[in-house]
Design a binder for this molecule. Structure first.
Ligand code: UDP
Length: 325
């Protein structure tokens, strides 16, 4: 079966390509290489195409004729989205619209879409369920929510099947250490913390210690990247077997504060690095924890790495390996 992966040279996409390749799927990556790197595409070919270039995108789809598309390519940094909202609407919404149009031309029937817990904004209850209100508090969340809407409406009019996966905080790396997270300007907590632990950044900042949580810092539900990719595979199988289009939260249902994460990175790395307190970061909800019962029941998603220590270990292993290249 042919699967086209957008953003397959990036962090999550490259782990997905690995999982698909190992599973015997015929995979093709489409990536503009704005964040990704060709060396992370372990299976199948890479086509360097920007989703905003409709002609080039259409050509790839018409040529490869995928059975399904898994769509990761996007801008994903909350602080950047606050500063450059149009960049986010352009890439995340218009990129998705172009992809849907190219899929229509090529007759592709299945789409797995990478969405985010940021669509919930500040949830009214925790853990969050899929039917809870969506009300993003930053342009990143809105750009993904608009893209979700476009997918649903397009599905309604054409009958294509979709699975929208709303990720909570994705972290960690391939347990075999072949690929991991690389970012030109890293903003994510675990990535930054392991970079501090490996001496690439001098100290870590805690953005806000005055939230209404156990230690005053924000709570997030960190999910290992391979478990997340596994959920995509399950979603794909679900749709192909005739399952209904649907939206699924992907997280472990357990939250950790920023300080708990930092202390775990110190413990795992055995490096007592410097921590500085800074003001709140714009666009940050105080807590985000998933209720993923639906993914477990309907997709039969069975996470294997629900362990913060393991997530940090794999992230740290990758970081040590990558800087030593
Ligand atoms: N955070 C922090 N210091 C950092 C990076 C992140 O205190 O150097 C906090 C951030 O404010 C948020 C949490 O860690 O409360 C998770 O942020 P991240 O950027 O990893 O993911 P997000 O939840 O924004 O998608």
């Amino acid at each position: 079966m042919r699967i086209l992966v957008t953003g397959g040279a990036g962090y999550i996409g490259s782990h997905m390509v690995k999982l698909l390749g190992e599973g015997g799927y015929d995979v093709l990556t489409v990536d503009n290489l704005s964040e990704g790197s060709p060396q992370f595409v372990l299976y199948g070919a890479l086509r360097v195409v920007d989703l905003l270039n409709f002609k080039a995108l259409e050509e790839v789809l018409l040529e490869f004729k995928p059975h399904a598309v898994i769509h990761f390519a996007a801008k994903v940094k909350v602080p950047e989205s606050v500063k450059k909202p149009l960049l986010y609407y352009e890439n995340n919404l218009m990129g998705t619209v172009n992809l849907l149009q190219a899929m229509e031309r090529a007759g592709v029937k299945y789409l797995i879409f990478s969405s985010t817990a940021a669509v919930y904004g500040i949830p009214q209850r925790m853990p969050v369920k899929e039917e809870d209100p969506t009300n993003p508090i930053n342009p990143y969340g809105w750009s993904k929510l608009f893209a979700e809407r476009a997918i649903r409406d397009y599905s309604y009019s054409t009958g294509i099947k979709y699975a929208i996966l709303r990720y909570f905080n994705v972290a960690g790396a391939d347990p075999e250490g072949r690929i991991g997270q690389v970012s030109k300007e890293p903003t994510h907590l675990i990535l930054r913390a392991v970079k501090v632990a490996t001496g690439q950044i001098p100290y870590i900042e805690v953005f806000g210690a005055d939230y209404n949580t156990s230690d005053g810092t924000c709570i997030r539900d960190y999910v290992h990247v391979m478990d997340l990719c596994e959920a995509h595979l399950r979603a794909l199988e679900h749709l192909i077997a005739g399952g209904e289009s649907d939206v699924f939260n992907i997280g472990y249902g357990r939250g950790y504060t920023v300080l708990e994460v930092i202390n775990k990175v110190k413990e795992v790395s055995k490096v007592d690095f410097e921590v500085r307190y800074a003001s709140r970061r714009e666009g940050d909800p105080p807590a985000l924890v998933a209720d993923s019962t639906k993914a477990k029941e309907i997709l039969q998603w069975k996470p294997k790495y629900d362990d913060l220590e393991f997530i940090i270990k794999t992230a740290l292993n990758w970081e040590r390996k990558y800087i030593n290249r």
